[in-house]
Design a protein around this ligand. Structure first.
Ligand SMILES: *Cc1c(COP(=O)(O)O)cnc(C)c1O
Length: 431
């Protein structure tokens, strides 16, 4: 399948080149030329399929011809080697736990899939690829883990100093090998800006092949649609209309859910739940898209003021606001509302959510006030232990530390302090 640039001023490219380029030469995001629904029989018998089979059938049309089927299957088997359970916490409310992977946030699947694809495409190539990525928290760890030791690929991660949790920081600064962390004096937006500047820097591009591992990259973005299919497989027998509430930052995950809907998955509605960074909730209220600088919150992986994937969502709905608002609602919540939700969920259901999941829960509750007949699923995008201080303080209970996290807690951080773009450039050129 070919992909076109949403800015419409660049050539259409294969999946391989979309992955290697990251973003099109006209700065547009890549989008698949077509999305062909899967047959009804696929959804009719989905409960009989393994996760790997579901994923293969769903992603095949986008990847076909670029990666042979048997290799694609092997990649998916490795990428999906953990569980994605639905846990019902109240009547008609369940959470989809996406944190059972190596870095305990949902980004593991996208990051590992992209690492495998890029590793496959780099085989036999003389020139190394440098993956440049900005992180608001969890992307860095997932990308570091997914790309560790992948030959022909170097990874440089930019993260905002003091604005990621201790565990998140350790996950992205302690691996070494082909992974380097740059600690930026600034916000996530500053990191993202530096990355974008690098992608436009002709001098730099002459010297090296740069790509992005943010969800703008199709190999990071598309595999996220699997989650929604795995959820559907588990709740289909409820026989109710399904709504998903997705804690959203860059809007890649929820947009992938909408692609699953285009593949024919029966889902009634999506709720984009955000923290104080309310650019999209405001857009859905006023029809006016006004990006703002990001604000720091306790759900830091969603501290995004100008969500890069929202343009893909608008495109999916032909930029028709009325059409979009039939499928999407969006609500914003404060940190104190989020903490109250953490406590409420714990007290009512003995379930420990993380701040991102709690935002998703709040959005779902709000939607169900007017749509009580739906079966609501909110995505638990990270394990609560990644936000240890906030969660323990809010629910008044100590969390058990899982082995994946214990492993990084004893390791020492290694990062390079960076203040401005010129330093990043110098580092990349002189490495
Ligand atoms: C990245 C992240 C999000 C936001 O996902 P997007 O695809 O950027 O909208 C939500 N929760 C957690 C824990 C994350 O790491």
């Amino acid at each position: 399948m070919n992909f076109y640039s949403l800015n419409k001023k660049a050539q259409n490219v294969s999946f391989k080149n979309a992955v290697i380029n990251g973003i099109a030469p006209d700065r547009g995001l890549y989008f698949p030329e077509s999305i062909t629904p899967l047959p009804d029989s696929f959804f009719g018998k989905i409960e009989n399929l393994s996760n790997t089979e579901i994923a293969f059938r769903a992603i095949h049309q986008f990847v076909a011809d670029e990666i042979p089927d048997d290799i694609l299957k092997d990649i998916l088997k490795e990428v999906l080697d953990f569980d994605f359970p639905i846990v019902e916490i109240e009547e008609n409310i369940a959470t989809l736990e996406l944190f059972h992977g190596p870095t305990m946030a949902f980004k593991d699947v996208g990051a590992r899939f992209m690492a495998h694809c890029l590793g496959y495409f780099s085989k036999g190539e003389k020139n190394e690829v440098t993956v440049l990525v900005a992180t608001s928290g969890d992307t860095g760890g997932a990308v570091a883990n997914g790309f560790l030791g992948v030959e022909g690929v170097n990874v440089v991660i930019l993260y905002p100093s003091g604005k990621v949790s201790d565990i998140q920081e350790r996950q992205l600064t302690t691996l070494g090998q082909n992974i380097t962390a740059l600690e930026v004096d600034g916000t996530f937006d500053d990191c993202q800006k530096m990355v974008k500047t690098a992608f436009l820097d002709e001098e730099l591009l002459k010297e090296m092949k740069l790509t992005s591992a943010n969800s703008i990259n199709v190999a990071r973005w598309l595999p996220q649609l699997f989650y929604f299919l795995f959820a559907y497989k588990q709740v289909k027998s409820k026989g109710k209309e399904i709504v998903f509430s997705v804690p959203s930052g860059n809007f890649g995950n929820i947009c992938a859910g909408m692609v699953a809907q285009r593949l024919g998955m029966p889902v009634k509605h999506f709720i984009a739940s955000t923290n104080a960074n309310d650019t999209v909730p405001e857009f859905m209220r006023t029809k006016s898209y006004d990006p703002k600088p990001s604000t720091a919150t306790i759900s830091n992986a969603m501290d995004v003021g100008d969500p890069s994937n929202f343009i893909r969502i608008r495109h999916l709905f032909q930029d028709d606001f009325e059409l979009l608002s039939k499928t999407l609602s969006s609500h914003s919540f404060t940190d104190s509302e989020t903490k109250n939700a953490l406590l409420e969920i714990y007290q009512n259901s003995k379930y420990i959510a993380d701040p991102h999941g709690a935002v998703g829960y709040l959005g779902l509750k709000k939607h169900q006030e007017n749509h009580p007949d739906t079966y609501g699923i909110f995505l638990e995008t990270a394990h609560p232990v990644k936000f240890l201080d906030v969660v323990e303080e809010t629910i008044g209970k100590q969390l058990e530390i899982p082995p994946q996290i214990k492993k990084v807690m004893g390791k020492d951080k290694k990062s390079i302090r960076t203040i401005e773009y010129e330093e990043l450039k110098k580092y990349l050129l002189e490495r």
